[in-house]
Design a protein around this ligand. Structure first.
Ligand SMILES: [Zn+2]
Length: 279
């Protein structure tokens, strides 16, 4: 009897461990943001979708497997057709797998610069059916969705998706909430980058939903721009004073942001990236 009990406890423990491991290595989840707007998580990537009477608008599919999972979940939970697929920007880790929604009947929309970028990077996804330059308004099931181009920042084709009824904005990779910009800030466009936060400030929303990390307030979205501006000024001043990139990595602390996630991991890389841009 005692042996049986031990075996049972052991089995339960192993079962729990397995499910925790499965969640950590492959986390897929749908959560409600507000009203009919939902957030989709696939491990470290997030997108959003809006459910209306007439159908569903989805954004970044992340990859084919994730898109198939999301398509099936939307079907079983809401039983509405997927009408639109909107790409935040052309990077493969966000917009691979678009063919899943296109085959389901969705019209694919992106910024016009994404056409060339998707092709030249050979991103495994569906090409856009519709593109725009400055902004585009979609009407679906009595709901309005505004797509806005804020200029070049993290890419030359990053757009934001505004959901006026939910006062929510989907913004990917050029906005994080209390989290440093990714590693060396990538192939970004400075100084245009800074202008996009001014345009962001002019939009009406209260909640920002990034492509990575937690949801936040409009102010927290703007704080990200503030961080980049301060980083730029400090690196520029240090460089003008004749300091090397290694000296600046040792001296620039960005103290106001030490509680942000990835501070220890990415501050040095952020400084390197900004230094490289200023070269
Ligand atoms: Zn990106």
């Amino acid at each position: 009897m005692k042996n049986l009990m031990i075996a049972f406890v052991l089995l339960c423990t192993l079962g729990t461990m397995n499910s925790v491991l499965a969640q950590d290595t492959n986390k897929r989840e749908i959560t409600n943001v507000a009203g009919d707007l939902y957030r989709f998580q696939n491990n470290f990537h997030f997108s959003v979708f809006l459910v209306t009477e007439e159908g569903v608008l989805v954004t970044d599919p992340v990859n084919s497997e994730a898109a198939i999972w999301l398509r099936d979940e939307i079907k079983s939970r809401f039983n509405k057709p997927i009408k639109y697929l909107v790409y935040s920007h052309h990077h493969a880790d966000h917009v691979s797998g678009g063919e899943v929604f296109k085959q389901a009947g969705a019209t694919v929309i992106a910024h016009e610069n994404a056409l060339w970028a998707l092709e030249s990077d050979s991103v495994p996804t569906a090409m856009p059916d519709l593109t725009f330059k400055e902004n585009m308004t979609l009407y679906l099931g009595g709901r309005t969705v505004d797509l806005q181009y804020l200029g070049r920042n993290h890419s030359d084709n990053s757009i934001v998706v505004l959901f006026p009824d939910e006062q929510a904005l989907f913004a990917v990779d050029f906005v994080n909430v209390r989290r440093l910009p990714y590693r060396d800030i990538g192939r970004s466009f400075f100084p245009d980058y800074f202008d996009s936060y001014e345009r962001l400030a002019a939009l009406e929303f209260t909640t920002v939903i990034p492509g990575h990390g937690p949801i936040g307030s409009k102010q927290e979205a703007l704080d990200h721009g503030q961080y980049l501006g301060e980083l730029h000024d400090q690196v520029k001043a240090g460089k003008a004073a004749g300091h090397s990139v290694d000296e600046l990595k040792a001296s620039i602390k960005m103290e106001n942001y030490k509680n942000w996630s990835q501070y220890d991991e990415w501050l040095g890389l952020n400084i390197e990236g900004m230094y490289g841009y200023l070269e």
